[in-house]
Design a protein around this ligand. Structure first.
Ligand SMILES: [Zn+2]
Length: 483
């Protein structure tokens, strides 16, 4: 007995349940890609499967729609694999255990992959139904969206004829995204030298922070552990003569870092009381400053013992500290066109110290291309002034708001007619595949939407079942009116 057997739309949930049986975390998309290719083959549909596992499937327009302008339906094949502690699952091999809870579909103890499996299920269900009225369809299923929009980056779309794209990768029914920020990764690297020093070692930690997504949550004033470690170290300057042995924290440039660690060496135990006193004073200040955004913030200090260490030469340490204290971070500009939208920001996400170099990796975002580069130039000037260098990776374009959009107008009309209320059109400060795809298809008109999905990227992820049905009806009606 299949879990989704009774759910509607029947085909959508049938395909969705199939997809959930195929492991498809980012980087592990061969099998799900093959499944889609096999689907196309068995339904006599033309398809392209590229070496990165991206899939494109074509279907002619239905009767009367043969000559209509094609519509592209797009989503991503990969999912984020997260599980609750103690859940026994191998995301490389095992399928998900689905369960229905009221009006929600969930997976037991893991992410559901409704982001973005629901898009794939919709697409296959549409292709599978010959009774629907629709223009020629071009279904674009990309891989590895969740780890840097890689499939959208690598896929060749030159053979597509469509200029209208429905991206089904948003999580709030009734809210339609019409633009997103562009971004890039910037790695600032400072060469360092080390010297030997004898003394007492202490491990310092800035921890207890909330973290969050550097696009979606950069406006929440959450503490950045890398920035704060700079402040902690500078607060010791003068009274506590310390040398730096280790300095690291953060896992991804697009996540606000929740914890950083430094190992410092003091010449003797004499300064220990002063060290503790200073850290204590600063911790009290931070608790006050961050009592709303990060109430659990704390500075931990642990004595590691005595010994001879290879520490940063004082001039390297000063430069690293100068960088940490002066690097831009967080919101740089708010949009003056769309209320509440962050226009330009950056996030220091990863900090590392090796024997040769101190590096900080940033995620830079802006919906205004020139400001993305202007901000990168500032980082470059700062790090180069200190004798370091910058390298840029994963530069992707913004999806800019179109004053005139046929797809938006039609979507607004269909939504109003079906649900007797107005659709909301919004912009976000995070990257979407629409940005990259817009760079590949000239004059692309696109919109991003989807059914209600809660707590995506966490084991609490759940899909609202009735919302999935309403959004299905919306898509079907949209296609019907795209003659
Ligand atoms: Zn997604």
């Amino acid at each position: 007995m299949r879990v989704c057997e009774q759910l509607k739309p029947k085909k959508v949930f049938e395909y969705f349940e199939d997809l959930c049986q195929i492991p498809h975390g980012s980087g592990n998309t061969r099998e799900i890609s093959n499944y889609c290719a096999a689907f196309a083959k068995s339904h006599g549909l033309r398809y392209i499967q590229d070496e990165d596992n991206n899939v494109i499937i074509f279907k002619d327009g239905s009767k009367g729609y043969e000559a209509s302008e094609p519509v592209i339906i797009q989503g991503h094949l990969d999912m984020v694999c997260e599980k609750e502690n103690g859940v026994d699952i191998d995301f490389e091999k095992d399928g998900l255990k689905l369960l229905i809870d009221g009006d929600f579909l969930k997976a037991e103890g893991t992410t559901l992959g409704g982001d973005d499996g629901i898009a794939v299920a919709y697409a296959l269900a549409i292709l599978d139904d010959d009774s629907l009225e629709h223009p020629p369809l071009e279904i674009v299923l990309t891989v590895d969206e969740e780890i840097g929009l890689l499939g959208a980056e690598s896929i060749d779309l030159s053979m597509l004829k469509g200029k209208k794209l429905l991206n089904i990768d948003s999580e709030e029914e009734g809210i339609f995204l019409t633009s997103c920020a562009g971004g890039l990764g910037a790695v600032c690297e400072l060469p360092v030298t080390r010297v030997e020093q004898e003394g007492v070692c202490y491990e310092l930690k800035v921890t207890g922070l909330q973290g969050g997504h550097s696009g979606a949550e950069i406006h929440k004033e959450r503490g950045n552990a890398i920035v704060l470690m700079g402040r902690v170290l500078q607060s010791l300057n003068g009274e506590v003569p310390f040398a730096i042995e280790e300095l690291e924290g953060g896992l991804k440039d697009n996540a606000i870092p929740r914890e950083t660690t430094a190992v410092i060496v003091l010449p003797s135990k004499e300064q220990e009381q002063e060290l503790y006193a200073r850290l204590d004073t600063l911790e009290q200040k931070l608790k006050k400053e961050y009592h709303t955004s990060d109430p659990d913030i704390c500075i931990q200090c642990r004595k590691l013992g005595e010994g001879k260490k290879q520490v940063l030469h004082s001039s390297s340490a000063t430069k690293a500290l100068f960088f940490l204290r002066n690097m831009p971070n967080g919101i740089q500009h708010m949009s003056m066109d769309i209320e509440g939208l962050v226009e330009t920001s950056l996030n220091a996400g990863i900090m590392k110290l090796s024997d040769q170099a101190f590096t900080v990796s940033f995620s830079v975002r802006s919906s205004v291309t020139s400001r993305k580069y202007e901000l990168t130039d500032r980082l470059a000037f700062l790090i180069e002034f200190l004798g370091g260098s910058i390298s840029v990776n994963g530069d992707y374009p913004a999806w800019e708001y179109k004053q005139e959009s046929k797809i938006r107008n039609l979507m607004a009309e269909v939504y109003r007619d079906l649900f007797k209320k107005e659709a909301k059109f919004e912009a976000i400060h995070a990257g979407l595949e629409c940005g990259i795809l817009s760079g590949k298809i000239e004059d692309l008109d696109c919109i991003s939407f989807g059914p209600d999905l809660m707590d995506i990227h966490t084991p609490k992820e759940r899909l609202n079942i009735s919302s999935a049905e309403r959004v299905w009806n919306l898509i079907i009606e949209f296609l019907k009116r795209s003659q």
